[in-house]
Design a protein around this ligand. Structure first.
Ligand code: HEM
Length: 614
């Protein structure tokens, strides 16, 4: 889930002569249908699992479990890459190759967010290019048809590659890094947990946690005090995910307890590892994998934080296991969630008949959900707040809707369909600031990719052959800001989701394709009866929660959580941006960008809080 930045590129390669090379149907998916003010239950929980089962069975049939990239594959890939980079280019033109476009990429990649130089090269090189560091190559895909192929149509030939290496020390065999056999079992156990009655109950909890943030903002509202809203959104989302996943109250909005500190430090270490150039923590004695305390203080601290966190989780798991009340799925789904003491996912996983898991597996599941569900939401809300501060008219429109729909009361699950403008602000924020902005994949088989497009609408020359073991960056940032796919792509315009893609853009993308008999892109077709416009509506030009069988498990949870949090806070307050405290950045509205697992501001989102007039 985290996105390795130059780390894994440069550690292996670090050649100054790096180069960028240019290269050569819609499937209905999960969507949350709403009719009138009611949410339709069909795609929650076990109904969602039913839809996913077909994918899982297909993966099994195609031998996904047996696919693996071996050392021999990697060596043969590197030799091929050396030949391609330095050898007879004509002869191997079809093999992951294309024109050299840029020298010295390492210079570009160091010191800033990785997705920005990848966007620069995208403008030169188009929807598929390769980033070369000596023998190491990353294919960079930013084209909707190529991405659909990798994430949906031929998903069985790709896994998460280097991501697994980074996340395994944190998440063990949790859903994100788990091998196929384990992933399959855990996904089957977890998906039904996100059922309608539970999400309804969660909306109440989102509201209660946001009340604590409101109380904190009340204390500073209309004073000169400056607070960091990035930190506050992150704290609130940590409290929410702790309650939802294992019924633990981090209480981080109010205080920094040792457990909160350990959790935050461990999460920061996950980010550090994803952006550091060299995986020194793997060296015996230096890093966390060694059974004696690590020599590097940062890694020693990580060991201590993980020990503290694991201790807390183990205790929670043990308590729940000791009170296990094994029940079948239907009974769990039909529980009266308004009157249960512990509505957590942990309780669900322990009680679900037939989903036996070891204590270690449960801990891995919980940590994975904690990491996946914390900063993604916090960062998204941070950028939504920043975007709204830059667009007072969009903020006023959203606040008017909130007032009209709620008249001052708290939002509930039933209000979701009516809070359309809030949902579109969230959707548009995820387009401009996708979390994470780059997804990682590795080819488990040789493959041939669909032809990608260049930004002028021309189709790239080669249908690119992929060698087993090839690593991919799927740049969601490029996809979401592509001038070929979006009208005024850098503009914040929540209402764009009410309009289809302008026909001239769809035509520009498709004209040459039609002439060559190649598959075409459908453009975005609005369907606002869903919780959010998703990847299917935009024919894979919009991937806020990924796509295919590895799509985000918490998409509906995250959307409802964000709607409740954003609604409650903007119902009562507005924010005055007071700049970034960075003398090097004179523009007050420029809060900078840093990139770890998600996109952060450089120095926080510093604001003064203004109470709205009743
Ligand atoms: C705004 C908030 C969120 C965003 C933008 C987001 C985004 C994503 C994306 C893009 C992926 C796919 C990654 C890939 O294909 O490599 C993903 C996967 C995942 N997300 Fe989320 N997510 C959010 C919130 C959550 C929450 C709240 C949870 C849990 C409660 C969660 C749990 C997961 C899990 C477990 C996966 C891995 C699924 C699998 O591999 O089977 N996410 N998320």
């Amino acid at each position: 889930f985290l996105t390795p930045s130059p780390n894994f590129l440069a550690s292996s390669l670090a050649s100054k002569n790096s180069r960028v090379h240019q290269v050569g149907r819609r499937v209905p998916r999960l969507s949350l249908r709403m009719q009138g003010p009611k949410l339709d239950a069909e795609v929650f929980g076990k109904d969602r699992l039913k839809q996913e089962e077909a994918d899982i069975r297909k993966m099994e049939k195609q031998g996904m479990a047996k696919k693996d990239v071996t050392l021999t594959d990697i060596i043969s890939l590197w030799i091929t890459n050396i030949i391609l980079t330095y050898g007879d280019k004509e002869k191997y033109a079809q093999l992951q190759d294309g024109a050299v476009k840029s020298e010295g990429v390492v210079d570009d990649l160091v010191g800033g967010p990785l997705f920005l130089p990848l966007y620069k090269y995208f403008k030169d090189c188009g929807g598929l290019y390769k980033l070369c560091f000596g023998p190491k190559v990353f294919m960079v895909a930013s084209d909707p048809l190529v991405i659909r192929h990798i994430m949906k149509d031929n998903v069985f030939s790709y896994d998460k590659g280097v991501l697994t290496e980074i996340l395994e020390p944190f998440m063990g065999q949790g859903l994100i890094p788990a091998p196929f056999q384990v992933w399959k079992e855990r996904r089957r156990a977890l998906v039904p947990g996100f059922h309608q009655a539970w999400l309804n109950r969660m909306c109440r909890m989102f509201s209660e946690c946001t009340d604590r943030l409101s109380a904190k903002l009340d204390a500073v509202a209309d004073t000169d005090e400056i607070i960091d809203m990035e930190e506050n959104w992150n704290s609130c989302s940590l409290d929410i995910i702790g309650k939802a996943v294992f019924n633990y109250d981090f209480g981080s909005v109010e205080k920094l307890s040792p457990v909160v500190e350990a959790a935050l430090c461990a999460l920061r270490e996950a980010e550090h590892r994803s952006t550091f150039y060299f995986p020194y923590w793997k060296i015996p004695g230096l890093g966390a994998e060694w059974p004696i305390p690590a020599l590097v203080p940062r890694q020693r601290k990580f060991q201590q934080d993980m020990a503290l966190l694991n201790g807390v989780l183990d205790k929670l798991i043990l308590n729940v296991v000791n009170e296990k009340q094994e029940t079948d799925l239907d009974a769990l789904i039909n529980k009266d969630y308004d009157n249960v003491n512990d509505p957590s996912l942990l309780r669900f996983l322990v009680d679900l008949r037939g989903a036996d898991a070891t204590q270690k597996q449960l801990r891995d599941d919980l940590i994975t959900l904690l990491i996946a569900g914390h900063e993604t939401t916090g960062s998204m809300l941070t950028w939504a707040t920043w975007l709204l501060s830059q667009h007072p008219e969009a903020q006023a429109k959203m606040q008017k809707e909130i007032d009209d729909v709620l008249g001052g009361r708290s939002p509930t699950y039933e209000d979701m369909p009516r809070l359309e403008q809030v949902r579109l602000v969230i959707t548009e924020t995820l387009r401009l600031f996708p979390e994470p902005p780059i997804l990682i994949r590795r080819a488990l088989d040789a493959d041939v990719l669909p032809k990608a497009s260049n930004l002028d609408g021309s189709v790239q020359g080669n249908a690119v052959k992929i060698i087993k073991g090839s690593d991919f960056f799927l740049s969601v940032w490029n996809l979401h800001r592509s001038p070929l796919l979006w009208d005024k792509p850098d503009e914040f315009d929540p209402d764009r989701w009410r309009r289809p893609t302008p026909p001239e853009l769809v035509e520009k993308y498709n004209a040459q394709r039609r002439a060559e008999g190649l598959p075409e892109w459908q453009g975005y077709v609005p369907d606002l009866k869903t919780l959010y416009p998703n990847e299917v509506h935009a024919d894979y030009a919009f991937l806020p929660f990924g796509a295919g069988p590895r799509k985000c498990l918490g998409d509906q949870f995250a959307l409802m959580e964000s709607v409740v949090m954003l609604t409650k806070i903007f119902q009562r307050y507005s924010f005055e941006l007071v700049g970034n405290h960075d003398p090097k950045v004179p523009n007050e509205s420029d809060v900078g960008m840093m990139f770890g697992a998600t996109i952060h501001t450089a120095n926080g989102l510093n604001v003064r809080v203004k109470r709205r007039q009743a």
